[in-house]
Design a binder for this molecule. Structure first.
Ligand code: GLV
Ligand code: MN
Ligand code: MN
Length: 425
């Protein structure tokens, strides 16, 4: 097992930070970070990642959804062969709107730097490694998400090809515009016997590690999630002439639904969280009564039963609001992901690697969604969390110190050294 000096860790951290900042400059907008799935910015970020992978000696390929794969062959596995079991290490290079730089890119960079450690020494392992840079974890462009990792896991839903972005461009059209073909999506799937495990390094995006004064943590499970699209249909009318009691105001109904969601979630005392981060109001004019409003609820819980209870209560409450206000209503779920446990042997592997670096291997759940939720349908998964300042994420203030980035890369290297596909059952 390799041991790292503080200066080794600082050198790894400095490189990781420089790479994070380099990707952070690739944005659709000059004043904030916006890098959406299958856009020209996605293309540029994917090219930069592919260059880095090539430089450390990985073989590059790209699938129909633009996922960049860098392959490090197993001992005895010749180029062109596909005989080894592989450890898949990945994260995403798409961002939310007005994002921080660390959410996603650092996991890809950690994978590249960890493989470089072995490649530099010419050391091949008994298993292969693929480093994966996914492009659709945030779901910021199309209403469904995890398209890239779902394709790799062999669970991509072809009906999602018809989902459209805010400009009416369907996923199928976006894939074609990116120079790929929807017909090739099925070829992106790994065979079950090939994928030994999927692991991801990610900033925590919450305050637990900072509060406990620890740089790293082992993820026990990724929280389950439901997206509910609720559409209210009212009637447009003149804001000055229609009496209040005669209105069918879709936005007033949506506002009541949002407050209901907040109350229901607060009443669970921490078991369930519910958020509305996006609404669409039509026709959207100051002097016109809103006729059509869509609100999207993001509902999450580590308890499947708790989430189901809240979703049911919200749906029946929303029906009552629509009835009372004489509004039309449609409710559709565009995302339904069960709570995903991390494999105990993968958790233990990360815990040993953290312990070997002299840190305490804290275990914690993930309230954020991750590509592991899709990859778990293919193989055992696990995640390593890294402390971030103030627990802030999905915000340009997101920050992790270079030292913590370096410790995380060192822990990933330690994990790879200990990894044995045979222990995963
Ligand atoms: C992705 O970061 C999510 O948790 O929504
Ligand atoms: Mn992320
Ligand atoms: Mn995110």
């Amino acid at each position: 097992m390799v041991t790292f000096s503080q200066s080794d860790i600082d050198a790894l951290g400095a490189r990781a930070e420089a790479m994070v900042k380099s990707l952070g400059t690739i944005s659709a907008e000059p004043d904030r970070l916006v890098r959406l799935f299958l856009t020209p910015e996605h293309r540029r970020a994917a090219d930069r990642v592919a260059d880095w992978m090539r430089e450390v000696g990985l073989e590059i390929s790209e699938d129909a959804l633009g996922t960049v794969r860098g392959r490090y062959r197993a001992a005895g596995e010749d180029a062109g062969q596909n005989t080894a079991k592989r450890l898949l290490i990945g994260s995403h290079i798409d961002t939310v709107i007005d994002a921080g730089m660390y959410d996603g890119p650092f996991g890809v960079i950690a994978g590249i730097l960890a493989v470089e450690h072995f490649a530099k020494g010419g050391r091949r392992l008994p298993f292969g490694i693929d480093v994966l840079a996914f492009g659709d974890e945030e779901g910021s462009r199309f209403p469904a998400t995890l398209a890239s990792s779902s394709a790799c896991a062999g669970i991509f839903k072809p009906e999602n090809l018809q989902l459209a972005d805010r400009n009416g461009v369907t996923l199928a059209d976006a894939i074609t515009a990116y120079g790929k073909s929807p017909a090739d999506i099925s070829a992106a799937a790994y065979a079950r016997e090939e994928a030994a495990a999927y692991v991801e390094v990610h900033i925590e995006q919450g305050p637990v590690l900072e509060t406990r004064n620890q740089p790293l943590g082992v993820v026990t499970a990724i929280i389950g999630q439901t997206y509910l699209n609720i559409e209210f249909l009212g009637e447009a009318g003149h804001a000055g002439t229609v009496p209040m009691l005669l209105r069918r105001d879709a936005l007033a109904g949506a506002a009541e639904a949002m407050l209901l969601g907040e109350t229901l979630a607060r009443d669970t005392k921490g078991e369930v969280v519910a958020t509305v981060g996006r609404i669409a109001v039509a026709p959207g004019a100051t002097n016109v009564i809103p006729a059509n409003v869509v609100v999207i609820f993001d509902i999450r819980s580590g308890s499947e039963a708790g989430r189901a209870r809240l979703v049911d209560a919200l749906k029946s409450g929303v029906r009552a609001i629509a009835d009372k206000r004489h509004l039309g209503l449609t409710i559709t779920s565009t995302r339904e992901v069960a709570t995903t446990p991390c494999h105990p042997a993968v958790q233990d592997g990360f815990a040993s690697a953290i312990g070997a670096l002299g840190a305490e291997p804290l275990r914690l759940g993930s309230g954020a969604g991750h590509d592991g939720q899709a990859m778990a349908r293919l193989c055992p998964i696990g995640m390593l969390f890294v402390r971030c300042r103030g627990g802030i994420s999905h915000n340009p203030m997101e920050y992790t110190s270079p030292r913590d980035l370096g410790v995380a890369v060192a822990a990933l290297i330690g994990f790879i050294e200990r990894f044995d596909p045979g222990t995963l059952g």
